[in-house]
Design a protein around this ligand. Structure first.
Ligand code: NAI
Length: 353
Protein backbone atom coordinates (compact mmCIF):
# COMPACT_ATOMS: atom_id res chain seq x y z
CA UNK A 1 0.00 0.00 0.00
CA UNK A 2 1.25 3.49 -0.88
CA UNK A 3 1.28 6.13 1.84
CA UNK A 4 1.19 9.89 1.57
CA UNK A 5 3.37 11.64 4.12
CA UNK A 6 3.99 15.36 4.57
CA UNK A 7 7.69 16.01 5.10
CA UNK A 8 8.58 19.28 6.81
CA UNK A 9 12.39 19.47 6.68
CA UNK A 10 12.53 22.37 9.18
CA UNK A 11 15.59 24.58 9.53
CA UNK A 12 19.05 24.48 11.12
CA UNK A 13 20.08 20.80 11.02
CA UNK A 14 16.46 19.90 10.09
CA UNK A 15 16.96 19.54 6.32
CA UNK A 16 20.13 17.47 6.89
CA UNK A 17 18.52 14.95 9.25
CA UNK A 18 15.28 14.94 7.20
CA UNK A 19 17.20 13.94 4.07
CA UNK A 20 18.93 11.20 6.06
CA UNK A 21 15.66 9.81 7.39
CA UNK A 22 14.06 9.90 3.95
CA UNK A 23 16.96 7.92 2.48
CA UNK A 24 16.50 5.24 5.14
CA UNK A 25 12.70 5.04 4.77
CA UNK A 26 12.98 4.78 0.98
CA UNK A 27 15.58 2.00 1.38
CA UNK A 28 13.06 -0.12 3.30
CA UNK A 29 10.98 -0.38 0.11
CA UNK A 30 7.84 1.10 1.71
CA UNK A 31 6.11 3.18 -0.97
CA UNK A 32 5.73 6.73 0.21
CA UNK A 33 4.61 9.80 -1.72
CA UNK A 34 6.52 12.56 0.05
CA UNK A 35 4.73 15.88 0.12
CA UNK A 36 7.49 18.33 1.00
CA UNK A 37 6.40 21.49 2.81
CA UNK A 38 8.74 24.29 3.80
CA UNK A 39 8.15 25.89 7.20
CA UNK A 40 10.35 27.85 9.60
CA UNK A 41 13.07 30.36 8.70
CA UNK A 42 12.82 29.89 4.91
CA UNK A 43 9.02 30.26 4.93
CA UNK A 44 9.31 33.38 7.10
CA UNK A 45 11.69 34.91 4.58
CA UNK A 46 9.63 34.03 1.49
CA UNK A 47 6.04 34.13 2.74
CA UNK A 48 6.22 36.36 5.81
CA UNK A 49 5.18 33.64 8.25
CA UNK A 50 7.07 30.60 9.57
CA UNK A 51 3.90 28.48 9.46
CA UNK A 52 1.90 29.22 6.28
CA UNK A 53 -1.64 27.79 6.12
CA UNK A 54 -0.60 25.51 3.24
CA UNK A 55 1.54 23.50 5.72
CA UNK A 56 -1.41 22.86 8.05
CA UNK A 57 -3.64 22.05 5.08
CA UNK A 58 -1.04 19.59 3.78
CA UNK A 59 -0.85 17.77 7.13
CA UNK A 60 -4.66 17.69 7.31
CA UNK A 61 -4.71 16.08 3.83
CA UNK A 62 -2.07 13.43 4.43
CA UNK A 63 -2.88 13.02 8.16
CA UNK A 64 0.68 11.88 8.80
CA UNK A 65 3.71 14.16 8.86
CA UNK A 66 7.35 13.95 9.82
CA UNK A 67 9.21 17.12 10.63
CA UNK A 68 12.71 18.25 11.36
CA UNK A 69 13.25 20.80 14.13
CA UNK A 70 12.29 24.42 13.56
CA UNK A 71 14.02 27.38 15.18
CA UNK A 72 11.74 29.50 17.32
CA UNK A 73 12.26 33.02 15.94
CA UNK A 74 13.09 35.45 18.73
CA UNK A 75 11.79 39.02 18.58
CA UNK A 76 9.62 38.59 15.44
CA UNK A 77 6.30 38.31 17.26
CA UNK A 78 5.79 34.76 15.98
CA UNK A 79 5.13 31.99 18.47
CA UNK A 80 6.90 28.63 18.23
CA UNK A 81 5.92 26.76 15.06
CA UNK A 82 6.22 23.53 17.00
CA UNK A 83 3.75 24.63 19.67
CA UNK A 84 1.43 26.16 17.02
CA UNK A 85 1.35 22.87 15.06
CA UNK A 86 0.47 20.91 18.19
CA UNK A 87 -2.34 23.33 19.03
CA UNK A 88 -3.75 23.78 15.51
CA UNK A 89 -3.85 20.04 14.87
CA UNK A 90 -4.86 19.18 18.45
CA UNK A 91 -1.93 16.82 18.93
CA UNK A 92 -2.65 16.12 22.58
CA UNK A 93 -0.26 13.25 23.27
CA UNK A 94 3.54 13.36 23.00
CA UNK A 95 5.19 9.96 22.83
CA UNK A 96 8.91 9.82 23.54
CA UNK A 97 10.67 6.48 23.72
CA UNK A 98 14.13 6.15 25.31
CA UNK A 99 15.84 2.85 24.74
CA UNK A 100 19.37 1.94 25.60
CA UNK A 101 21.48 0.72 22.68
CA UNK A 102 24.48 -1.52 23.13
CA UNK A 103 27.62 0.41 22.22
CA UNK A 104 26.55 3.71 23.78
CA UNK A 105 28.11 4.40 27.17
CA UNK A 106 25.32 4.79 29.76
CA UNK A 107 24.99 4.32 33.53
CA UNK A 108 22.31 1.64 33.32
CA UNK A 109 22.64 -1.53 31.25
CA UNK A 110 19.02 -1.94 30.13
CA UNK A 111 16.69 1.03 29.84
CA UNK A 112 13.60 0.83 27.67
CA UNK A 113 11.19 3.62 28.60
CA UNK A 114 8.37 5.39 26.79
CA UNK A 115 7.14 8.71 28.17
CA UNK A 116 3.58 9.64 27.20
CA UNK A 117 3.00 13.26 27.97
CA UNK A 118 -0.24 15.21 27.93
CA UNK A 119 0.44 18.07 25.51
CA UNK A 120 -2.25 20.72 26.09
CA UNK A 121 -3.10 21.39 29.77
CA UNK A 122 -1.45 21.71 33.18
CA UNK A 123 0.97 24.47 34.16
CA UNK A 124 2.00 24.71 30.47
CA UNK A 125 -1.46 25.90 29.42
CA UNK A 126 -0.12 29.44 29.57
CA UNK A 127 -2.51 30.90 32.19
CA UNK A 128 -0.03 33.33 33.70
CA UNK A 129 -0.51 36.21 36.15
CA UNK A 130 2.46 38.55 36.29
CA UNK A 131 3.79 39.78 39.62
CA UNK A 132 2.44 43.26 40.34
CA UNK A 133 -0.04 43.35 37.40
CA UNK A 134 -3.61 44.63 38.06
CA UNK A 135 -5.13 41.25 37.04
CA UNK A 136 -2.93 39.54 39.58
CA UNK A 137 -4.20 41.86 42.32
CA UNK A 138 -7.77 40.94 41.34
CA UNK A 139 -6.90 37.26 41.36
CA UNK A 140 -5.41 37.63 44.85
CA UNK A 141 -8.65 39.19 46.07
CA UNK A 142 -10.79 36.44 44.54
CA UNK A 143 -8.61 33.71 45.99
CA UNK A 144 -8.79 35.35 49.40
CA UNK A 145 -12.61 35.67 49.17
CA UNK A 146 -13.12 32.09 48.05
CA UNK A 147 -10.37 30.21 49.83
CA UNK A 148 -9.26 32.55 52.62
CA UNK A 149 -5.72 32.24 51.31
CA UNK A 150 -3.49 35.28 51.01
CA UNK A 151 -1.24 35.07 47.95
CA UNK A 152 1.84 37.20 48.67
CA UNK A 153 1.74 40.64 47.08
CA UNK A 154 5.08 40.03 45.41
CA UNK A 155 4.03 36.68 43.88
CA UNK A 156 3.50 35.79 40.25
CA UNK A 157 0.94 33.02 39.62
CA UNK A 158 0.57 30.20 37.09
CA UNK A 159 -2.72 28.29 36.95
CA UNK A 160 -2.79 24.51 36.61
CA UNK A 161 -5.94 23.21 34.91
CA UNK A 162 -6.31 19.44 34.44
CA UNK A 163 -9.64 18.21 33.07
CA UNK A 164 -11.31 14.82 32.75
CA UNK A 165 -11.75 15.44 29.00
CA UNK A 166 -8.13 16.44 28.50
CA UNK A 167 -6.86 13.50 30.55
CA UNK A 168 -9.17 10.86 29.14
CA UNK A 169 -7.95 11.30 25.58
CA UNK A 170 -4.24 11.15 26.40
CA UNK A 171 -4.78 8.12 28.63
CA UNK A 172 -6.71 6.34 25.86
CA UNK A 173 -4.02 7.20 23.31
CA UNK A 174 -1.30 6.10 25.75
CA UNK A 175 -2.89 2.79 26.69
CA UNK A 176 -3.68 2.10 23.05
CA UNK A 177 0.00 2.73 22.23
CA UNK A 178 1.01 0.36 25.06
CA UNK A 179 -1.34 -2.36 23.83
CA UNK A 180 -0.34 -2.08 20.18
CA UNK A 181 3.34 -2.15 21.05
CA UNK A 182 3.13 -5.04 23.50
CA UNK A 183 4.32 -3.01 26.52
CA UNK A 184 3.81 -4.75 29.86
CA UNK A 185 3.28 -1.96 32.36
CA UNK A 186 2.03 1.62 32.39
CA UNK A 187 2.86 3.80 35.40
CA UNK A 188 0.77 6.94 35.96
CA UNK A 189 2.88 9.66 37.61
CA UNK A 190 1.19 12.30 39.77
CA UNK A 191 1.17 14.14 43.08
CA UNK A 192 -2.52 13.70 43.84
CA UNK A 193 -1.96 13.74 47.60
CA UNK A 194 -0.76 17.36 47.42
CA UNK A 195 -2.84 18.50 44.40
CA UNK A 196 -6.06 16.50 44.70
CA UNK A 197 -8.07 18.72 42.33
CA UNK A 198 -5.63 18.76 39.40
CA UNK A 199 -3.32 15.74 39.66
CA UNK A 200 -6.22 14.01 41.45
CA UNK A 201 -8.34 14.38 38.30
CA UNK A 202 -5.50 13.00 36.19
CA UNK A 203 -5.07 9.96 38.46
CA UNK A 204 -8.77 9.14 38.89
CA UNK A 205 -9.45 9.53 35.16
CA UNK A 206 -6.43 7.41 34.21
CA UNK A 207 -7.53 4.61 36.54
CA UNK A 208 -11.08 4.74 35.20
CA UNK A 209 -9.94 4.57 31.57
CA UNK A 210 -7.52 1.75 32.47
CA UNK A 211 -10.51 -0.52 33.03
CA UNK A 212 -11.13 -0.36 29.27
CA UNK A 213 -7.68 -1.92 28.70
CA UNK A 214 -7.60 -5.08 30.86
CA UNK A 215 -4.59 -6.46 28.94
CA UNK A 216 -2.32 -3.60 30.11
CA UNK A 217 -1.18 -3.45 33.74
CA UNK A 218 -1.63 0.11 35.02
CA UNK A 219 -0.34 1.33 38.37
CA UNK A 220 0.32 4.75 39.82
CA UNK A 221 3.30 6.35 41.51
CA UNK A 222 4.09 9.71 43.07
CA UNK A 223 6.22 11.71 40.66
CA UNK A 224 9.00 12.19 43.24
CA UNK A 225 9.21 8.45 43.81
CA UNK A 226 9.30 7.95 40.02
CA UNK A 227 12.25 10.35 39.88
CA UNK A 228 14.07 8.18 42.42
CA UNK A 229 13.45 4.94 40.48
CA UNK A 230 14.51 6.61 37.22
CA UNK A 231 17.87 7.39 38.78
CA UNK A 232 18.24 4.12 40.69
CA UNK A 233 16.65 1.33 38.62
CA UNK A 234 15.07 2.70 35.43
CA UNK A 235 14.76 -0.85 34.08
CA UNK A 236 11.90 -1.46 36.56
CA UNK A 237 9.79 1.13 34.69
CA UNK A 238 8.24 0.76 31.24
CA UNK A 239 5.62 3.22 29.92
CA UNK A 240 5.24 6.45 31.92
CA UNK A 241 1.94 8.31 31.58
CA UNK A 242 2.23 11.89 32.78
CA UNK A 243 0.64 15.34 32.88
CA UNK A 244 2.36 17.98 30.75
CA UNK A 245 5.05 19.40 33.06
CA UNK A 246 6.18 16.11 34.63
CA UNK A 247 6.17 14.56 31.14
CA UNK A 248 8.46 17.25 29.79
CA UNK A 249 10.98 16.81 32.57
CA UNK A 250 10.84 13.02 32.66
CA UNK A 251 11.25 12.62 28.89
CA UNK A 252 14.48 14.63 29.05
CA UNK A 253 15.74 12.56 32.00
CA UNK A 254 14.95 9.44 29.98
CA UNK A 255 16.82 10.78 26.92
CA UNK A 256 19.78 11.50 29.19
CA UNK A 257 19.69 7.94 30.52
CA UNK A 258 20.24 6.46 27.06
CA UNK A 259 22.83 8.72 25.46
CA UNK A 260 21.31 12.14 24.83
CA UNK A 261 19.42 14.16 22.22
CA UNK A 262 21.13 12.64 19.18
CA UNK A 263 19.25 9.36 19.72
CA UNK A 264 15.88 10.55 21.14
CA UNK A 265 12.86 10.18 18.80
CA UNK A 266 9.32 11.45 19.37
CA UNK A 267 5.77 11.74 18.08
CA UNK A 268 2.84 14.08 18.64
CA UNK A 269 -0.48 12.34 18.25
CA UNK A 270 -4.10 13.46 18.12
CA UNK A 271 -7.18 11.52 17.09
CA UNK A 272 -6.96 12.71 13.50
CA UNK A 273 -3.33 13.59 12.82
CA UNK A 274 0.13 12.44 13.75
CA UNK A 275 3.27 14.56 13.51
CA UNK A 276 6.55 12.75 14.12
CA UNK A 277 9.56 14.79 15.25
CA UNK A 278 12.77 14.16 17.16
CA UNK A 279 13.15 15.64 20.65
CA UNK A 280 16.14 17.78 19.67
CA UNK A 281 16.07 21.32 18.28
CA UNK A 282 17.61 22.91 15.19
CA UNK A 283 21.14 22.92 16.68
CA UNK A 284 22.33 26.18 15.03
CA UNK A 285 25.83 25.56 16.43
CA UNK A 286 26.42 22.65 14.03
CA UNK A 287 23.94 23.39 11.21
CA UNK A 288 25.17 23.21 7.61
CA UNK A 289 28.28 21.20 8.46
CA UNK A 290 26.90 17.75 7.70
CA UNK A 291 27.82 16.39 11.15
CA UNK A 292 24.39 16.32 12.86
CA UNK A 293 23.44 12.94 14.24
CA UNK A 294 20.54 11.63 12.12
CA UNK A 295 19.75 8.71 14.48
CA UNK A 296 17.00 10.56 16.42
CA UNK A 297 15.28 11.50 13.14
CA UNK A 298 15.75 7.98 11.71
CA UNK A 299 14.21 6.43 14.85
CA UNK A 300 11.42 9.01 14.57
CA UNK A 301 10.83 7.76 11.02
CA UNK A 302 10.69 4.19 12.37
CA UNK A 303 7.93 5.28 14.77
CA UNK A 304 6.12 6.75 11.79
CA UNK A 305 6.44 3.49 9.84
CA UNK A 306 4.96 1.62 12.81
CA UNK A 307 2.09 4.12 12.91
CA UNK A 308 1.49 3.43 9.20
CA UNK A 309 1.32 -0.30 10.10
CA UNK A 310 4.61 -0.94 8.24
CA UNK A 311 5.82 -3.02 11.16
CA UNK A 312 8.39 -5.08 9.29
CA UNK A 313 10.08 -1.96 7.87
CA UNK A 314 10.02 -0.28 11.30
CA UNK A 315 11.62 -3.35 12.87
CA UNK A 316 14.33 -3.39 10.19
CA UNK A 317 15.18 0.29 10.69
CA UNK A 318 15.42 -0.11 14.46
CA UNK A 319 17.51 -3.26 14.15
CA UNK A 320 19.81 -1.46 11.68
CA UNK A 321 20.32 1.46 14.10
CA UNK A 322 20.96 -1.00 16.89
CA UNK A 323 23.63 -2.79 14.84
CA UNK A 324 25.27 0.43 13.69
CA UNK A 325 25.56 1.71 17.26
CA UNK A 326 26.83 -1.62 18.56
CA UNK A 327 29.50 -1.83 15.86
CA UNK A 328 30.48 1.76 16.69
CA UNK A 329 32.36 2.35 13.41
CA UNK A 330 30.07 4.90 11.75
CA UNK A 331 29.13 7.46 14.39
CA UNK A 332 28.76 11.24 14.32
CA UNK A 333 30.88 13.42 16.65
CA UNK A 334 28.18 13.69 19.38
CA UNK A 335 28.64 9.93 19.94
CA UNK A 336 32.44 10.11 19.77
CA UNK A 337 32.83 9.27 16.06
CA UNK A 338 34.04 11.09 12.92
CA UNK A 339 31.31 10.19 10.41
CA UNK A 340 29.01 12.67 8.69
CA UNK A 341 25.21 12.72 8.72
CA UNK A 342 24.83 11.03 5.32
CA UNK A 343 27.52 8.42 6.12
CA UNK A 344 25.39 7.29 9.06
CA UNK A 345 22.21 7.45 6.95
CA UNK A 346 23.84 5.42 4.16
CA UNK A 347 25.06 2.77 6.61
CA UNK A 348 21.63 2.44 8.25
CA UNK A 349 19.94 2.35 4.83
CA UNK A 350 22.27 -0.51 3.73
CA UNK A 351 21.49 -2.50 6.88
CA UNK A 352 17.73 -1.83 6.74
CA UNK A 353 17.21 -2.27 3.00
P1 NAI B 1 19.07 21.88 20.39
O1 NAI B 1 18.44 20.55 20.64
O2 NAI B 1 18.94 22.43 19.01
O3 NAI B 1 20.64 21.79 20.74
C1 NAI B 1 21.15 21.48 22.03
C2 NAI B 1 22.56 20.88 21.87
O4 NAI B 1 22.43 19.54 21.37
C3 NAI B 1 23.42 21.64 20.87
O5 NAI B 1 24.76 21.63 21.32
C4 NAI B 1 23.32 20.84 19.60
O6 NAI B 1 24.43 20.92 18.75
C5 NAI B 1 23.14 19.42 20.14
N1 NAI B 1 22.32 18.60 19.23
C6 NAI B 1 20.97 18.66 19.08
N2 NAI B 1 20.58 17.79 18.15
C7 NAI B 1 21.68 17.17 17.71
C8 NAI B 1 21.92 16.16 16.73
N3 NAI B 1 20.92 15.59 16.02
N4 NAI B 1 23.19 15.76 16.50
C9 NAI B 1 24.20 16.30 17.21
N5 NAI B 1 24.06 17.25 18.15
C10 NAI B 1 22.80 17.68 18.39
O7 NAI B 1 18.47 22.91 21.47
P2 NAI B 1 18.57 24.48 21.54
O8 NAI B 1 19.94 24.94 21.18
O9 NAI B 1 18.00 24.80 22.86
O10 NAI B 1 17.54 25.01 20.46
C11 NAI B 1 17.87 25.52 19.17
C12 NAI B 1 16.61 25.93 18.46
O11 NAI B 1 15.76 24.80 18.23
C13 NAI B 1 15.76 26.94 19.25
O12 NAI B 1 15.26 27.90 18.35
C14 NAI B 1 14.62 26.10 19.79
O13 NAI B 1 13.45 26.84 19.99
C15 NAI B 1 14.44 25.07 18.68
N6 NAI B 1 13.83 23.82 19.13
C16 NAI B 1 12.95 23.24 18.27
C17 NAI B 1 12.36 22.04 18.62
C18 NAI B 1 11.42 21.44 17.64
O14 NAI B 1 11.44 21.78 16.47
N7 NAI B 1 10.58 20.52 18.06
C19 NAI B 1 12.64 21.37 19.87
C20 NAI B 1 13.63 22.04 20.68
C21 NAI B 1 14.18 23.23 20.31
Amino acid sequence: MRHRVTLIPGDGIGPEVAEAARLVVDATGVAIDWDIQIAGAQALEREGTPLPDRVLEAVRRSRTAIKGPITTPVGTGFRSVNVALRQELDLFAAIRPARRYAGLPTRHPSVDLVTIRENTEDLYRGIEFERGAPDTARLREVVFDIAGYRIAEDAGVTVKPISITGTRRVVRAGLDFARRNGRRLVTVGHKANIMPFSDGVFLATAMEVAEEFPEVEVRDMHIDEMAMWLALEPETLDVLLLPNLYGDIVSDISAGLVGGLGVAPGANLGWEYAVFEPVHGSAPDIAGRGVADPIAMILTAAMMLRHLAETDAADRVEAAVSRLLEEGRTLTPDLGGFAGTMDVAGAVANLAG
